[in-house]
Ligand binder design. Sequence first.
Ligand SMILES: [Zn+2]
Length: 229
Amino acid sequence: MHSTWSDGFESIESIASYSKKIGYEYVGITDHSQSLKVAHGLSEERVVKKINQIEKINKKLKNFRVLCGTECDIKPNGTLDYSDKILKKFDFVCAGIHSNFKMDSNEATARTIKAIENEYVTFLAHPTCRLMRRREPFDLDMEKIFDTAKETNTYLEINSFPDRLDLNDIHAKLAKERGVNFVIATDAHTLNHLSFIRFGIATARRGWLRKKDILNAHSLKEVEKILGM
Ligand SMILES: [Zn+2]
């Protein structure tokens, strides 16, 4: 979810204590990256400050961990909005497209594939970028996306936000059949938004996904191992 470091409405401390209270063992913070000015994206200097703050918060927490991630913008040419030096500092990197939506199928697919191939990308956010009743999904070559995700061991997000629900159920099932794994994310900007997780879970179940297919259905210990933390 997003915190007050970018366009969220809650501090990392309050996100951590609330998430612990509702039964989570960990929460991933994914503030926006530098080029997303409208969402107060973080400069590389501010990323370092945020990482330090999370380290301090984690030292105080018992049986809970804040994972420091980013929702890193994918630029029109498919490169990411942070240098590798910064990307490697995060616990995980979620990469997403937030601008230049007017692209044909080939361009949009190439842009997405290039991001998936970046070795620091853990998962691809809202893969088709649809916004219900506002923006049509990208016309991506989904099979190519799924195969690249499988090859590079990149997870695909099921975004639980009600106007996104992206991947959808049909894509989730097709991706699973091609060996892809998933993250179910809320994209929350407030504490209440965390309850959206049920829509993501419903989408995953409609796509016949199981617990083992979902990174964040695993325990903190397992996630730390998978992410090499
Ligand atoms: Zn996003």
